[in-house]
Design a protein around this ligand. Sequence first.
Ligand SMILES: C[S@@+](CC[C@H](N)C(=O)[O-])C[C@H]1O[C@@H](n2cnc3c(N)ncnc32)[C@H](O)[C@@H]1O
Length: 286
Amino acid sequence: MMIKNILNLRYGIQEEYIVDNKLSEISNNKNIISLKDLKEKNIDDMIILLTSDMNNIYSEIRKQLMEVVDIEKIVDVFSYSVYFDKDMYYNVTDFKDDPRLMALESAAREIYYNHVDGAIAECGVYQGGFANYMSRFMPDRKLYLFDTFSGFDDRDITPQEQIDSGRFRREHMHDDTSVELTLSNIGYCTNAVVRKGYFPDTAIGLEEEKFAFVSLDTDLYKPILAGLEFFWPRLNPGGYIFVDDFRHPLLLGVRKAVIEFCKREGIGYMSLPDGTDATAVISKPL
Ligand SMILES: C[S@@+](CC[C@H](N)C(=O)[O-])C[C@H]1O[C@@H](n2cnc3c(N)ncnc32)[C@H](O)[C@@H]1O
C-alpha cells in the first residue's frame, strides 16, 4: 500500500493491476487479480513491482512471477533491504560493517552504471554467505554456484599446502553444508544454477558463458588458479573478480596463484583493507 500510495499520490501513476492471490478471492475490485489471471492479460507495456517485504515467501513469489513474465519486467523494490540480510556468520544486519561487502556493493554499482552484461558466479560457496549478498546486489543476474558441498578435495592439496593450510583445514572442514541449505540462504535463489562437484570439472559446458562478477573463495592454490584461468577470459570488459583470503596467513597458495596469474597475463590487482585475510580485486579494462 505504501508503494501504491507513493505512485498514485506523489507521481500520479495509476497501477493497472494489483496482483494478490488471496485478495483477489475476496475483493470485488476488478483490478485486483491473481497471478493466474495475469497470464491472460496483455502486459507487454507494463512492469511489475514486486513489493513483498516478507523474506520467507519472497523467493517463492518471485519464482511464480517468473513463470508468467520475463525477469526484465520485474522490479525488486526491496532488493537492497535488510530483509535479505540473512544474519549468518557475518553477524551483521547492515553490510556497511564489512569492507568486503561494501566493495562488493561498489563493484555491483559500477557493473550496472557501465552496463556490463553477464552472469555472476562464486567458486567456493560453502553455505552461501557471500553468494547471498551477490544475489542481493545483482538480483537480475544468473548466479552460478560452484562447490563440492562436501569440503576440500585431496587432489588440490599440494605437499606445501599440507603444511601451510593444515591447521586451517582441520578447523574449517566446510563439509557441514548442502545444496538445499545453501539455496535457502540465498535471497534470489530462483536465479541460481548449482554446479556441484570438483572445480574446474564442473565448469565443463560453460565455455560460451560470459561473466560480469566472479568471487573465488576456494582457499587453495590449484582451484584458485583454475578459477582465474577459466573466468578471466570469460569476464566481460568492466567486470570484476574478487579473490578472498589473498593474504591469509595459513592459505599461502591463494596469493601465489593470484600473483602468478597476474604476472603471466599482465594484469593488475588491488587488495582490500579487510583484515589480515584481505581480498584481491581484479578488474577487466572497459
Ligand atoms: C572458505 S569456503 C567458502 C566460503 C563462502 N564463500 C562463504 O561466503 O561463506 C571454501 C569452499 O571452497 C570449496 N572448494 C574448495 N576447493 C574446491 C574445488 N576444487 N571444487 C569445488 N569446491 C571447492 C569448499 O568445499 C568450501 O565450501
